[in-house]
Design a protein around this ligand. Sequence first.
Ligand code: GAR
Length: 218
Amino acid sequence: MSAKGRVAVFISGRGSNMVALVEAAKAPDFPADVVLVLSNRPDAAGLAYARQQGIATVAFDHKLYSDRESFEHALQHTLESKNIEFVCLAGFMRLLTPWFVGQWRNRMINIHPALQPLYKGLHTHERALADGVKIHGCTVHFVVPEMDAGPIIAQAAVPVLDDDTPDSLGARVLAQEHLIYPMALNWLASSRLSIDGARVSLSGADPREAALIAPALS
Ligand code: GAR
């Protein structure tokens, strides 16, 4: 078995964050390997990329399960059979029960396109624009039963510009998601994170590394 941490990435759609994780993990010194890409939607676009990369893929159509528990038991069985150590949620648009979250306590992380604790849920860029905030961003956090919440590992902030639309702002945020998610997984898989309540600290580095401030656009 590989000495690197074995990672499953959960997707529901495009999978650009999954691609960022897979690409980062190709570096010889990256401490984790993406060995499984799992989707709750058989038509998720990201599955094709994973297959091309020779990564195992599996789709569990949640609509075919009578309840969340049976769906999640199927997920858990697959993760155990593949000796998965870490789970990365990457645009996985399915709420997970406290039971499943408990199985992966401190080993499952998520990326969310907002500066938590703001804007949990959907349409984060529209809501940021409607509120007139000048700074927006993204967050990687440990998963807890509450949606889009949990101890924060890394955040990136971007400026909101006068002529932004949800799409232009979302694209600026997404570019930062692709930077901070691999960074956070690297720290997790190399056992550099410790959690104290809501606070996560990073060993072996300047702790300011955990916040990226994207420069203003010229
Ligand atoms: C990303 O922006 C991710 O942060 C968001 O879904 C998008 C998935 O894009 N996740 C959430 O909103 C979770 N609450 P991707 O499939 O291209 O990675």
